[in-house]
Design a protein around this ligand. Structure first.
Ligand SMILES: O=C(O)CCC(=O)C(=O)O
Ligand SMILES: [Fe+2]
Length: 331
């Protein structure tokens, strides 16, 4: 990958834009058009809480990222300090492995520039409905044969150190993912269940059932497998119920996840009980907007894009991201 910036910072968070040419950037409003989600896709997201089958990476981009992933899985001491979270094996099952790391975008150029992917940015803008920032990225990698689970959860249950709830997750496959190698599953419509408590991420797959109503358990059984070819993505709502089973297959199942938040999202850290989990995160003073270089602005409504943005289908943000979760998260 060609690096455009003459001197690269060791911490790529110092660069508030792409540092290479892996993700060519639109030069005019017209160049954004191929990435616009249809009216029907936006409606599906609003109704079901997720959409899938979005092409995001070319074969070459996947190869570059998988190469860089090798570096992220064997980082030097100094590189490791840049991660907000790093577990080479977070699985609670001693016979399984789940690599989980947050902050890879600060370390290698490909993962850094991925957050600037135009396909990602246009879709995320339409599904959030407003200008947004990177919240953080997450690598979830399951090796062949003994890859661990990611238990059923809602992302926002882990994110109540921010407010209000106006976030979006993008899951991107770095391998073909299907039911054999531990693809993600969704429960359509579960984004309307309200905020549920944390029941664990890497232990008992089904722990969340203990906090669901009978009706929810019934709907839960209508889960759908999010099978995707590598380079394709799904997007889900911060209250969407999702999880992935073990990988017993002969293939790895690697994924990079991008989490975005509306520009103007505030820290709610004084109301957060799991401060230990944030010990490597940047300072986030309570009630102050998260605007530092660790949370780069990825999409703004510039004058150049104005007429295009008026025309693109967008979610009804007030319905989809109701402010009551602001109150709930301050309990
Ligand atoms: O990759 C997985 O299995 C889990 C991903 C996840 O929890 C997410 O995308 O929010
Ligand atoms: Fe998640």
């Amino acid at each position: 990958m060609k690096i455009q910036v003459s001197t690269l910072s060791f911490d790529l968070a110092d660069h508030g834009g792409p540092v290479g040419d892996l993700f060519p950037q639109p030069l005019s409003a017209k160049d954004w058009e191929p990435y616009i989600l249809s009216e029907a896709q936006v409606r599906d997201f609003q109704e079901n809480g997720y959409i899938s089958g979005i092409p995001l990476l070319s074969a070459n981009q996947v190869d570059v990222l998988n190469k860089e992933l090798e570096q992220l899985q064997t980082p030097g001491e100094k590189e490791k300090e840049l991660f907000f979270h790093y577990e080479s094996n977070e699985s609670e099952d001693p016979d399984k492995v789940l690599f989980h790391a947050i902050g890879g975008w600060r370390i290698t150029p490909g993962f850094h520039d991925l957050i600037w992917s135009p396909a990602y940015r246009m879709a995320a803008y339409q599904l959030l409905g407003v200008p947004f920032r990177l919240f953080h990225d997450q690598l979830f990698c399951k090796p062949a044969r003994h890859g661990g689970v990611v238990a059923w959860h809602q992302d926002f249950s882990y994110w109540t150190f921010t407010k209000p709830m106006h976030h979006l997750t993008c899951w991107i496959g770095l391998d073909d993912a299907n039911t054999e190698n531990g693809c993600l599953y969704y429960v359509p419509g579960s984004h309307q269940w309200g905020l549920l408590p944390i029941t664990g991420l890497t232990g008992d797959m089904d722990a969340v059932r203990g906090v669901l109503s009978e009706e929810q358990v019934r709907i839960f059984d209508k889960k759908v497998a999010n099978e995707l070819p590598r380079g394709y993505a799904s997007f889900h709502h911060p209250l969407m119920m999702h999880g992935s089973y073990a990988n017993y297959s002969e293939r790895p199942r690697r994924a990079i996840v991008l989490n975005a938040m509306a520009d103007g999202t505030l820290s709610n850290i004084n109301n957060y009980e799991r401060l230990e989990a944030l010990r490597h995160f940047p300072p986030m003073p309570h009630d102050v907007a998260l605007t530092s270089r660790h949370f780069p602005l990825l999409f703004k409504e510039s004058s150049e894009l104005e007429s295009l943005l008026r025309a693109v289908p967008k979610v009804d943000a007030a319905t989809l991201y109701p402010c009551k979760y602001n109150v709930l998260s301050s309990r």
